[in-house]
Design a protein around this ligand. Structure first.
Ligand code: AMP
Length: 283
């Protein structure tokens, strides 16, 4: 079937494209994004390309996952360069719904997620975040009906929350997690890195370095509580305000006492000036 990038802004155009793929018996992979695309997003797109016949990338800056105090209005929007990057990756379809389509007047439904969404990590600092993510992702899944959906491990609690939701609601989509893409110095790529001032950018790799050092110490059988509290202090000493720096069970995200309670995941969120960064690694 003919290829070439389709940019859909209405359900009619989206349905027509997806209907064509389905009529041809093709599989579909969805990569949900908020745009401002970087190499991390493109790694998801490449994995999607390998996984399915057709790749859909959604671009929607979802107001429901931002608190009033957060950066919705200033979140980077780079639609034209995003399209060029996705065209170069041979993406089939960009789904760029307008806000009124995602949240029409009278919109009154939301997905209430628990389990990995209520473990006192991101949810403690961003109480509306996972409800907003789950609701928009449920809509994207319903609209696009993908066989696969790819999410970054960078947002680890989000990956676990969406995976759980897809199972619990029988959404018939396989959620696939993709390892975090990093700068050479270890900083996880993020659209929000653009906010970092040069001095902050120089400090930012401390997060990944401390995660790695802490994982190595836990592997060498040092006590988790001590490793994590010393890591917290090291991150603070570098100039961050730490929201959390914790070792959790890698699947449930529940608290752990010892490495035997694992597999473990170390997760961090910390603020540097006006920018809030998150990261995580396996331990
Ligand atoms: P966002 O546009 O920030 O909502 O991210 C869209 C998707 O890209 C999410 O599944 C993120 O987890 C993923 N992502 C963001 N940054 C990275 C990264 N550095 N490496 C891998 N995936 C990422």
């Amino acid at each position: 079937m003919a290829r070439g990038l389709v940019i859909a802004r209405t359900l009619k155009v989206l349905d027509r494209a997806i209907g064509r793929y389905r009529a041809g018996g093709e599989t579909l992979a969805l990569v949900p994004t908020m745009g401002a695309l970087h190499a991390g997003h493109l790694a998801l797109v490449r994995r999607a390309r390998r996984r399915a016949n057709r790749v859909v990338v959604s671009i929607f800056v979802n107001p429901a996952q931002f608190a009033p105090t957060e950066d919705f209005s200033t979140y980077p929007r780079t639609f034209e360069t995003d399209i060029a990057a996705l065209r170069a990756e041979h993406v089939d379809l960009i789904w760029a719904p307008p806000r009124e389509l995602m949240y029409p007047e009278g919109f009154a439904t939301s997905i209430n997620v628990k389990g990995p969404a209520t473990v006192d990590l991101e949810d403690r600092f961003r109480p509306h975040f996972f409800g907003g993510v789950a609701t928009v992702v449920a809509k994207l899944f319903t609209q696009c009906r993908p066989d696969f959906a790819l999410f970054g491990e960078k947002d680890y609690q989000q990956l676990k929350t969406v995976t759980r939701m897809a199972i619990d609601l029988d959404l018939k989509v396989k959620v696939i997690g993709i390892p975090t893409v990093r700068e050479k110095d270890g900083l996880a790529l993020s659209s929000r890195n653009a906010y970092l001032l040069p001095a902050e950018r120089a400090i930012a790799p401390t997060l990944y370095r401390t995660l790695k050092e802490s994982a190595a110490r836990i592997a060498a059988r040092e006590a988790i509580a001590r490793v994590m509290s010393e890591g917290w202090l090291a991150i603070e000493a570098a100039g961050f305000a730490v929201d959390y720096f914790e070792a959790r069970h890698a699947d449930t995200l529940r608290r752990v006492e010892t490495a035997q309670d694992g597999p473990l995941r170390l997760l961090v969120a910390a603020r540097l000036g006006k920018t809030r960064l998150i990261d995580n690694i396996a331990a």
